[in-house]
Design a protein around this ligand. Structure first.
Ligand code: GRF
Length: 190
């Protein structure tokens, strides 16, 4: 069973979906720690309600990125974490974290990468008028949304879909695809 940490900065609906998949016995794993870089993020309460430890930090209160990444690694090691799942964590990882967990860090992004990297990917794609949209799960490297792709799921953007419909569809895909992909991945690396 994989002992892992979820990294998030905001709402935490992907965290909830992954936790729910574990509760439903669809995903063999344990979320031992939630790492959050925003003191007010709603994901903090969601994790605590579920009895999961939270490492919450304010990046500005550290002298460097390396300083807070070292603290994150320390907390992850104390919690026996062997895999990192980024779910709406709005921060690039640097050397300390990347070398502490080589090939053991994944992220979810709401576009069909390599298109529409970075913030506001859904609206970037809508403004472009793309006819196929989707979600990507990929390994994490030092570049924004840059690592090798593990899984993608797409849908046709038909004329009847409003921007709100599109957003709901993306999130619904994310909440299915992330637990499914983690399950397959962990079976492969077992
Ligand atoms: C998701 O759309 C994810 O793809 C992106 O950030 C969003 C996080 O949402 N990286 P939530 O915090 O899981 O609700």
């Amino acid at each position: 069973m994989m002992n892992f940490a979820v990294f998030a900065s905001g709402t935490g609906t992907n965290f909830e979906a992954i936790h729910e998949a574990i509760e439903q016995k669809e995903l063999p794993g344990k979320i031992s720690l939630v790492v959050v870089d925003k003191l007010q993020a709603p994901v903090i309460a969601k994790a605590k309600q579920r009895g999961i430890d939270v490492f919450c930090f304010d990046p500005k209160s550290y002298p460097s990125k390396s300083a807070y990444e070292k603290e994150i690694i320390k907390s992850c090691k104390e919690h026996g974490v062997s895999f990192l799942v980024l779910a709406g964590y709005m921060r690039l990882l640097a050397d300390d974290l990347l070398s502490a967990y080589p090939n053991k860090i994944v992220n979810i992004h709401p576009s069909l990468l390599p298109a529409f990297k970075g913030k506001d990917a859904i609206n970037q794609a809508i403004s472009y008028g793309v006819k196929v949209m989707g979600v990507t799960i990929h390994y994490v490297n030092a570049e924004m949304d840059g690592g090798k792709i593990i899984a993608q799921r797409s849908f046709d953007v038909t004329d009847d879909l409003s921007p709100e419909d599109i957003e709901s569809k993306i999130h619904a895909i994310e909440h299915e695809l992330y637990p499914e992909t983690l399950k397959k991945l962990w079976e492969e690396i077992r």
